[in-house]
Design a protein around this ligand. Structure first.
Ligand SMILES: Cc1cc2nc3c(=O)[nH]c(=O)nc-3n(C[C@H](O)[C@H](O)[C@H](O)COP(=O)(O)OP(=O)(O)OC[C@H]3O[C@@H](n4cnc5c(N)ncnc54)[C@H](O)[C@@H]3O)c2cc1C
Length: 371
């Protein structure tokens, strides 16, 4: 089989499909995905949060711009896509440096003190807290609905989505790409590398230098309290020292111990000892006495050496565009990042407030990625 397109996107996750939806109708686009279906890897394994005060500054700007865009999707669908889920930062040690830095560097965080934190989230142990801050603008997002909307919009705009097509070979022929993927030949002017944990590997196939993108394991556990009902309206709580976070998931709890273990790109599976650590750490700071895990999953967060996404034209390889390194914020940045990237690819103005210069901060040519 043979296909021709202006733009070939490698990867059928949130990055690839949000971009396909944003480009649809303005260029001919094909999405190549290894798996038999979309969204089988990290995109379906998140904690489903959009938190405007989480992540480095360019990420926070992209998240703030994405929230109204995702809200517009809800209005189009005629049903809610967000649940208000304030993010409560818990500070539990006498050493205040990290907490004070968080308050000083992240606009939108409000210091509320330990008593107020326990009032808002009564399962927290007062003696485990020294101080607390809150981001009241954070939301939980219905990720399956968001992903389905990206896919439907892309299809409606004529994007070809080709599952079971793993990019295996790429050559430059006459100023364009000739790609071989699962028996398919694809000719395309530009290739976008949105391959998640495989992004550096795919870049290598296209002749690019690696950017040091490392997939890192992150596991969440789901468990039931043995002492008191979990209130679905509780905020999410996160340890300032990055040892744990948790939030309600209906009447059970989603808990995480924030492991960051490097991994090969693969279909990551949870390990019982990591699930147990998540439950232990949450039990140490709450009165929930979580019992045996009922569920759990692991995904790979792919992270550049400076923690920023890697987005933009490759420095050396013509016709290669990176959309990678979204670490723990690929869902919350997807709508605005896709709009900005689509405009950049098409040579247009993105027209979004607050995002001027954002691509320069995350471009593959930035000094903090040099090497
Ligand atoms: C536990 C956990 C919690 C998280 N919580 C949040 C959160 O609350 N909020 C948030 O914003 N983010 C969160 N994230 C991060 C977010 O899930 C990721 O940033 C995002 O899903 C990355 O999307 P992606 O499209 O880049 O990758 P993926 O979803 O992994 O998609 C990449 C795709 O590329 C395909 N591919 C690879 N190589 C090839 C090839 N050669 N040819 C064709 N296809 C190929 C793969 O099969 C895969 O489907 C979390 C992540 C984890 C693990």
């Amino acid at each position: 089989m043979s296909t021709t397109a202006d733009i070939a996107i490698i990867g059928g996750g949130v990055a690839g499909l949000s971009l396909a939806a944003a480009l649809g109708g303005r260029a001919s686009v094909v999405v190549l995905e290894t798996e038999p279906d979309l969204f089988l890897h990290t995109s379906s394994r998140s904690a489903q949060q959009m938190q405007p005060t989480y992540g480095p500054a360019p990420v926070r700007r992209l998240t703030a711009a994405s929230i109204p865009m995702v809200e517009a999707i809800a209005q189009r669908l005629g049903r809610p896509i967000f649940t208000s889920r304030p993010l409560l930062w818990a500070h539990g040690s006498p050493e205040r440096a990290v907490f004070d830095e968080l308050l000083a560097t992240v606009p939108g965080l409000e210091e509320i003190g330990a008593d107020e934190a326990v009032r808002l989230l009564p399962a927290l142990r007062r003696d485990a807290l020294v101080d607390a801050a809150i981001d009241r603008s954070a939301v939980e997002v219905d990720v399956p609905a968001l992903l389905a909307d990206y896919r439907e919009r892309a299809l409606a705009a004529g994007v070809q989505i080709l599952p079971r097509r793993r990019l295996e070979r790429a050559e430059r022929v006459g100023g364009a790409w000739r790609l071989t993927a699962g028996g398919e030949q694809v000719e395309a002017g530009t290739v976008v590398d949105a391959a998640g944990a495989w992004a550096d590997q795919v870049g290598g196939l296209l002749g690019a230098r690696e950017h040091g993108l490392v997939p890192k394991r992150r596991t969440v556990a789901v468990a039931r309290s043995t002492t008191r009902p979990v209130e679905p309206g509780w905020p999410m709580a996160a340890d300032v020292a990055d040892r744990w976070y948790f939030r309600p998931r209906g009447d059970v709890l989603l808990a995480c111990a924030l492991e960051d273990e490097p991994s090969a790109p693969e279909d990551a599976k949870p390990r019982p000892e990591v699930i147990a650590t998540a439950i232990e750490r949450v039990n140490a700071v709450t009165d929930l006495a979580l019992g045996e895990p009922e569920d759990g999953w692991t995904g790979l967060r792919t992270i550049a050496p400076d923690g920023l996404p890697v987005v933009g034209r490759d420095r050396e390889v013509p016709g290669l565009y990176w959309l990678a390194g979204q670490a723990g914020f690929g869902i919350q940045t997807s709508a605005a990042l896709a709009a900005v990237v689509a405009a950049d690819l098409l040579g247009e103005d993105h027209g979004l407030d607050g995002l001027d210069g954002v691509l320069a901060a995350v471009g593959p040519e930035r000094a903090s990625l040099a090497g």
